[in-house]
Design a protein around this ligand. Structure first.
Ligand code: CMP
Length: 151
């Protein structure tokens, strides 16, 4: 399985409840390495662009309001098959429907305040990691020189 990187966000509800350490411990225990991390207050426009695919949906304005309601932790995580594996570890969007032991089942409060975001596909992870951390952050270190020379 290829070494991959993906974007993982600890959302405002979880930061407010002091769950940063618990959530990172949970994903680290599943073999993910934290390769980038920043605590930031997202601006309205940043949240709107990040969630552009949801523009026009009934929950979009509330989502932007929630994601800018307090600090979030932006992280880039690395492991073999990171994108698909992190989706499994995170669980369904709605904590009520998430499988036992998943991050959202353990920590999420509601469909909106579901504590974390994980990129949903390799294409999303590429866009999302680049958006917050730049293109170089997307490429695992072992593949970096090869990727950069091949463009
Ligand atoms: P996330 O995985 O970050 O992607 C989009 C976010 O929108 C999702 O997690 C939830 O926080 C929120 N969301 C998705 N569907 C709904 C919904 N039906 N009602 C409210 N919020 C939602």
């Amino acid at each position: 399985m290829a070494l991959e990187r993906t974007l993982f966000i600890i959302k405002p509800d979880a930061v407010k409840r002091q769950l940063i350490g618990s959530i990172l411990a949970h994903v680290e225990a599943q073999g993910f390495r934290v390769v980038e991390a920043r605590l930031v207050q997202l601006k309205r426009e940043e949240a709107q662009v990040f969630y552009a695919e949801h523009q026009g949906k009934p929950f979009f304005n509330d989502l932007v309001q929630y994601m800018t309601s307090g600090p979030v932790v932006l992280t880039c995580l690395e492991r073999e098959g990171a994108v698909a594996r992190l989706r499994e570890v995170v669980g369904a969007t709605d904590p009520a429907e998430a499988a036992p032991g998943t991050v959202r089942k353990l920590f999420g409060e509601s469909k909106q305040m579901n504590s974390v975001h994980a990129s949903d596909s390799p294409a999303s992870s590429e866009r999302e990691v680049k958006y917050f951390f730049g293109a170089v952050a997307l490429v695992p270190e072992g593949r970096r020189s090869a990727s950069i020379t091949s463009g």
